[in-house]
Design a protein around this ligand. Structure first.
Ligand code: FEO
Length: 173
């Protein structure tokens, strides 16, 4: 069983993951209204992935006999200067989330909670992948250009991103 302190920290992270989904949904809609259908697809899928992060925490907190306490979700921004700006914001946000996950690992260790530390490994790896993939898109936008035909090319690539439901969550009702 996890401690109250650990349960509270995991509940706080559920709110942070919900905010992430909210932020990327806002970006998806903004990109769509700017004619960037590919980027809109990318952000929408990012939002769906964030919801799988929520479910994973939800399941874990529940499996440990604790109630999931939902808090208000902060209002995300709705205006971005350019696609490059939106992805810069995305990278900054993911770096912040990485910090939160590292804090959770530190809490698990201080609570002598090996089960939660092992559970959190998945998120540690996921954050490395998320930061890497966003940094790659920022590099592409810098190379191709954040306007005109370069932007069109990057937007086309972003439109090819599929959503893959993690196998361990696919069978959950
Ligand atoms: Fe759930 Fe993008 O971290």
């Amino acid at each position: 069983m996890i401690t109250e302190k650990m349960a509270k920290a995991l509940n706080d992270q559920i709110n942070a993951e919900l905010y992430s989904a909210y932020l990327y949904l806002a970006m998806a809609s903004w990109a769509g209204t700017q004619g960037m259908r590919g980027a809109s697809n990318w952000f929408f899928i990012q939002a769906r992935e964030e919801m799988t992060h929520v479910w994973r925490f939800y399941d874990y907190v529940s499996s440990q006999g604790h109630q999931v306490i939902l808090d208000a979700i902060a209002k995300p921004p709705s205006e971005f200067k350019s696609l490059g700006h939106a992805f810069d914001e995305t990278l900054a946000h993911e770096k912040m989330v990485t910090g939160l996950i590292n804090d959770l690992v530190a809490t698990a260790r201080s609570e002598n909670d090996n089960a939660t530390a092992i559970f959190l490994h998945w998120y540690v790896t996921e954050q490395v992948e998320e930061e890497e993939s966003v940094a790659e898109i920022i590099d592409q936008l810098k190379l191709a250009g954040d306007v005109g035909s370069g932007l069109l090319m990057v937007d086309k690539d972003l439109g090819a991103r599929p959503f893959n439901m993690p196998a361990d969550l696919a069978t959950k009702g």
